[in-house]
Design a protein around this ligand. Sequence first.
Ligand SMILES: NC(=O)c1ccc[n+]([C@@H]2O[C@H](COP(=O)([O-])OP(=O)(O)OC[C@H]3O[C@@H](n4cnc5c(N)ncnc54)[C@H](OP(=O)(O)O)[C@@H]3O)[C@@H](O)[C@H]2O)c1
Length: 325
Amino acid sequence: MKAWVCENPIGAHALQWRELPSPPLAAGQIRVRIKTASLNFPDLLIVQNKYQMKPPLPFVPGTEFAGVVSEVSEGVTGFVVGQRVAAFGGLGGFATEVCIPASLAMPLPDAFSFEDAAAFICTYATSHHALIDRGALREGETVLILGAAGGVGTAAIQIAKTLGARVIAAASGDAKCQACLAVGADATINYTTQNLRDALKALTDGRGPDIVYDPVGGDLAEAAFRSIAWRGRYLVVGFAQGQIPALPLNLALLKGASLVGVFWGEFAKREPTHNARMLSELAAWYATGKIKPVLDQVLPLEELPKAFARMASRDVIGKLVLTQV
Ligand SMILES: NC(=O)c1ccc[n+]([C@@H]2O[C@H](COP(=O)([O-])OP(=O)(O)OC[C@H]3O[C@@H](n4cnc5c(N)ncnc54)[C@H](OP(=O)(O)O)[C@@H]3O)[C@@H](O)[C@H]2O)c1
């Protein structure tokens, strides 16, 4: 097999595209011939040794991928050779094959393209868990999505619209705002040229959003929390800006608001049945066209460093996907 190998976690430029022996298939696992993989934020951090999980060296990065089952270990039921699957497996996706626990694989119907499948699980599961399970979003409520043109942001726009919410998408440029409107947002705020609080006041008649979905953190957090509506829910999703904000807790008191943590990976581990039900609902929404991953670029897997460079540039709209024949 071939794989991108990280021997020295000093950045994506140090990854090497190499021939490796096929990994052994352990009990409970399936082998997958990878067709597509996508980039998630942790992929960027893990090859820089900045992620919370630090795998032993060398390792093959790649959190999320889709492909075809090529071997099934004894005792595994529910999967057969030739079956199309997608998985969020933590590691190993930037390669031509990988072995993963069968429990991580999501069977794919024929109509689910490999490109969309590789860009699906992490972003949609995170945003579904955030908005519905943690945020209890109701039809007619207003949701502010920060970093709305990114991976989890575009998924959050589509899920919030599917639930009948009004979506205010906030992002760092006009092109990103335009993209958010095309994905379904009702209104946008360009937070590099507009004051977030003033714009929110104008867009909500001074009431503020019922839910703030925040995968960005940094300076935006306090301004967004100060603007939240009475009984609002502030969803802490991530810190893409690199700075973990601190919030004055009196704001929660004054607005009767909740600060709600979102950690989809841990939820999936602790509540697998609930997670599986959520993924089935998302697959059904995909089948009926209610949601569809926004793909920024689809590049050959050999061009992974180019994809990493684009991700670091902050220009990506939606998801970057790598593909191979
Ligand atoms: N809690 C969970 O369970 C969970 C699950 C998945 C992901 N996450 C987290 O959510 C965050 C977003 O993930 P994603 O996959 O959607 O990433 P992404 O596609 O790269 O989107 C991140 C967005 O953050 C904004 N941003 C602000 N400052 C940035 C900077 N210095 N560098 C890069 N982006 C910056 C960008 O929007 P603007 O340019 O418009 O500001 C960008 O579109 C990450 O922190 C990730 O770890 C959390």
